[in-house]
Design a protein around this ligand. Structure first.
Ligand code: DAT
Ligand code: MG
Length: 148
């Protein structure tokens, strides 16, 4: 089954949205594999956002993501990478549809509440960057017989 890396950013943690965001993915039917509240070391933030290293907003982005605790998670389920991105909404909250996380709670592109892997390759890279194997729970949910 597919897995993705999702992270409630420091603004989402401060605004008390961890529970709301977890609920959305639980209610949809996905399985939580890992979750931890952590303050991000600068080096990890730079590695995580390495693809944006040359962008003018890179410094601000790293400052923001290291500015307070984030809630890092792994979620599992059918097509979770694509579907989680849809549930998050577009990067710019002004373009994110109502009903999406960014559409409902985000106000600016800089503070857009949540991160989610954008492809199978980035999901694999980000999961191994943020979590070791021992942190990833392997278990069955009996309700899955009614979800799938
Ligand atoms: P996403 O988070 O939707 O995958 P992205 O990978 O293009 O978007 O960018 C990563 C983050 O960088 C994004 O969530 C917010 C920030 N960002 C993107 N474009 C920006 C811009 N033009 N100005 C400021 N921050 C930006
Ligand atoms: Mg991205």
């Amino acid at each position: 089954m597919e897995k993705t890396f999702l992270m409630v950013k420091p603004d989402g943690v401060q605004r008390g949205l961890i529970g709301e965001i977890i609920s959305r993915f639980e209610n949809k039917g996905y399985k939580l594999v890992s979750g931890k509240l952590m303050t991000v070391p600068r080096e990890l933030a730079e590695q995580h956002y390495a693809e944006h290293k040359e962008r003018p907003f890179f410094g601000e982005l790293v400052d923001f993501i290291t500015s307070g605790p984030v809630f890092a998670m792994i979620w599992e389920g059918e097509d979770v990478i694509t579907t989680a991105r849809q549930m998050m909404g577009k990067t710019k909250p002004s373009e994110a549809a109502p009903g999406t996380i960014r559409g409902d709670f985000g106000m600016t592109v800089g503070k857009n509440i949540i991160h989610g892997s954008d492809s199978p390759a980035s999901a694999e890279r980000e999961i191994s960057l943020w979590f070791n194997k021992e942190e990833q729970s392997v278990y069955e949910k009996t309700i899955d017989a009614w979800v799938y």
